[in-house]
Design a protein around this ligand. Structure first.
Ligand code: HEM
Ligand code: CA
Length: 696
């Protein structure tokens, strides 16, 4: 027998003469927690309070409705009784507890010491691993096993927390099942508990519940645009922090990844609410297959799914091509290494058929590519937005502490509005945009589409794999204007302005780096304070304002309250521009009436990084952290087991450049560009890809 013999409770061991420190300590606890003492003090306090209550008020009036007759305590008697119960609960004082302490004191010192040791071990093991070779658990079980039934309080007190700790070891609800390591095409089952959350085609969520009165006197959206948002002719306020358009190209990829409002139902979001590169891979299985080669896990060369990117500045499509190429680079590398033959097929192999090999390679490459994208977002994008130095190792890492992504992610109508950074568009891109919008409007008039709600008719742009005919018409015009590709070339994939696809469908390396370099060199505009949005976006902005109204989006000050920010109470608080303050006053009358959309755009800006308007800048961080931490795939599945050792290391980035992968992508995926040419990024430029090059 390992433990000591049972000790009958009725005949306690004789107390040792010399003081024993552990015992003294336990006695102290026992004394402090003696129930009667505590209740005595309580009684004294309650009596005193009762007496004070009896004293009549000076003016003799009473505003309290007296309690009705009841057999249970009422009034202050109830309050004080309840308070006493709560305090006892907070101090864990109950008869079992106090009984257990008495039990402990009556045990031999050796056993007391073991039990105390076990408690200490449990407390410490919260932050340091337990060495189970101490056999503490086994010894405790032995002590308890040898106690008589009169020690039931002690047994209870020691075993119940153990049971609770074992129970808590396993997280619930279950969020990770074997075999769910790859993303579905439509975003469903990211949360296995709530499989529909974030799925393409779901309605937007509403973040803010507002009880503000409806404004029955809203200004016309055109007035809002003209007086608050529109960039005046000939004016361009260059970004004061040197942010370039390349950052905005990534922002456009991110917003298209998250938002695709259905033209026939502004409540619906046609894309997935996850950062899963859905613009590259599509929103459902059919979309995905349309861009795949269906062998070796490859995408069609330089192909992507989302046709909306075509009408963006060429660098946006250039950037999606970077990720398209990265996918194929990864898929080829995976097969070349073929770690533990995991991609081999045939008799006796892990996979049965060539199709299974394609699928496994494709999904693994997609997952690794997703890890690379998250790396760029954390290490380049968020870092630049918050204004951390490029030389610093510091990143605001949403993954630094583990999260349990039970709920999945679903984007909201409010976040759709905070991500409309049209004011940031640089000078050259704004000129290009004017031409594209002219073309779009001309097509729209030619097709004489019925407008279902005011603004730009979004049905010009494709909705998934079907209904491409109107977009194809637009594409024709776009091609004549900006590409001039032959029909054969156009058949090889979506076009990029001033770039060409070769025989195999891929673009020339120099063309892609050139459009990216244009964005790299082009300064963005200041974003806040109002009157910075290119005039050509009038229809897009009016559609945005109308969308927010149709969906009853909250007011600007409601949104600030939601984020626990102070409200803006004067029009001077909003913008530093006098003319914007005056226009706000004229259009809305009171700061609380300012719509979310307008308020976000005209607000004063932060002084660092992307210099976003304050509320946008704050909200974007909540959005980004939720997007990343709520995503089961990003938080639980980016492991060497799923990505292969090589793939895992690849997503971790280059240790020589603060674990960033973006520089690696731009230097490795374009072998056809000579390092000394204008298109290539120099080592110095690769350090700060989202700032315009320093003027020499
Ligand atoms: C030259 C650059 C840009 C062009 C030509 C452009 C064009 C457009 C167009 C045509 C729409 C309306 C789409 C529709 O109603 O279906 C739109 C919506 C939108 N834009 Fe832009 N945009 C540009 C830059 C940006 C930038 C820099 C951002 C911010 C990162 C941005 C964020 C958005 C968002 C969030 C929407 C709403 C999307 C939706 O609800 O479906 N855009 N843009
Ligand atoms: Ca997405």
């Amino acid at each position: 027998m390992l433990g000591p013999s049972p000790v009958p409770k009725q005949q306690p061991q004789p107390q040792p003469q010399e003081p024993n420190s552990v015992k003294d300590y336990l006695n102290m606890i026992k004394h402090d927690m003696e129930e009667e003492d505590l209740l005595k003090s309580f009684k004294a306090i309650t009596n005193q309070m009762q007496q004070k209550k009896q004293a009549p008020k000076a003016n003799g009036t009473r505003s309290v409705v007296a309690p009705s007759p009841s057999s249970a305590p009422t009034g202050s008697k109830w309050t004080l009784d309840a308070l006493a119960e709560n305090i006892k609960a907070a101090l864990h004082i109950n008869s079992v507890n106090t009984g257990a302490i008495k039990d402990i004191v009556s045990l031999p010192f050796k056993d007391q010491f073991v039990l105390l040791g076990a408690i200490t071990e449990r407390l410490l093991s919260k932050n340091a691993p337990t060495n189970d070779r101490n056999n503490t658990f086994e010894t405790v079980m032995n002590i308890l096993g040898n106690l008589g039934p009169e020690y039931s309080d002690l047994v209870y007190i020691v075993t119940q927390p153990l049971i609770a700790a074992f129970y808590d070891d396993i997280h619930k609800p279950y969020i990770n099942y074997v075999g769910n390591q790859f993303r579905t095409a439509d975003g469903s089952y990211n949360s296995v508990v709530f499989p529909g959350v974030g799925k393409a085609g779901s309605n937007y969520t509403r973040s803010v519940t507002s009880t503000s009165n409806n404004n029955t006197n809203l200004p016309s959206p055109k007035d809002v645009f003209d007086k608050l948002l529109k960039r005046p002719d000939g004016v361009f306020e260059e970004h004061k922090g040197g942010i370039n358009m390349m950052l905005l190209y990534l922002a456009i990829i991110i917003t298209h990844d998250l938002f695709y409002t259905d033209s026939s139902d502004p409540m619906r979001n046609l894309t997935t609410s996850y950062l899963d590169l859905s613009s590259l891979y599509g929103y459902n299985r059919a979309d995905q297959e349309s861009v795949r080669q269906m062998e070796y896990g490859l995408l069609k060369p330089d192909q992507w799914f989302d046709k909306r990117l075509v009408i963006q500045p060429a660098g946006v499509a250039g950037l999606i091509v970077v990720f398209s190429r990265n996918h194929n680079y990864i898929a080829k590398k995976l097969l070349e290494i073929n770690e533990n033959e995991r991609f081999s097929y045939g008799p006796g192999k892990r996979l049965r058929t060539k199709e299974e090999q394609d699928e496994r390679l494709f999904q693994t490459a997609r997952l690794i590519n997703n890890g690379c994208y998250a790396n760029v977002i954390i290490h380049d994008y968020i870092r630049t937005i918050i204004g951390t130095s490029a030389d610093s190792d510091f990143v605001l890492d949403p993954f630094a502490t583990p999260s349990d992504p039970i709920y999945g992610n679903a984007v909201s109508i409010e976040f759709n509005a905070i991500y409309r950074w049209h004011a940031a568009i640089g000078k050259e891109d704004s000129e290009w945009l004017t031409q594209v919008m002219d073309l779009l409007m001309a097509k729209m008039q030619a097709s004489r589409q019925e407008e279902r709600h005011p603004g730009l008719d979004r049905s010009l742009i494709n909705k998934g794999a079907q209904n491409v005919s109107i977009f194809d018409q637009l594409l024709e015009g776009f091609n004549e204007y900006f590409v001039k590709a032959s029909p054969e070339e156009l058949a090889r994939g979506l076009p990029i302005a001033s770039a060409h696809r070769g025989e195999d469908g891929s673009f020339a390396d120099t063309d892609i780096l050139r459009v990216l370099k244009n964005g790299y060199k082009q300064p963005a505009s200041e974003i806040g304070n109002g009157r910075n949005t290119p005039a050509a976006l009038e229809h897009v902005e009016i559609a945005g304002i109308n969308q927010a109204r149709i969906l009853d989006t909250c007011y600007f000050n409601d949104f600030r309250r939601f984020l626990k920010l102070t409200t803006l109470d004067t029009f001077e608080d909003f913008s530093e521009k006098k003319e914007v303050q005056d226009a706000l006053r004229e259009l809305y009358g009171h700061p609380d009436n300012v719509e979310l959309y307008a308020g976000l755009m005209v607000e004063r800006t932060k002084q660092t990084g992307l210099r976003l308007p304050y509320t946008m800048g704050r909200a974007i961080l909540s959005d980004a952290v939720n997007l990343l931490r709520n995503d089961r795939i990003l938080t639980k599945e980016l492991t060497p087991a799923n990505l292969t050792n090589w793939g895992y290391q690849y997503t971790r980035g280059d240790p020589k450049s603060n674990n960033r992968i973006f520089p690696t992508l731009l230097s490795n995926l374009f072998p056809g560009v000579h390092p000394d040419s204008d298109e290539a990024f120099t080592a110095e430029q690769l350090k700060t890809l989202f700032n315009v090059p320093k003027k020499s």
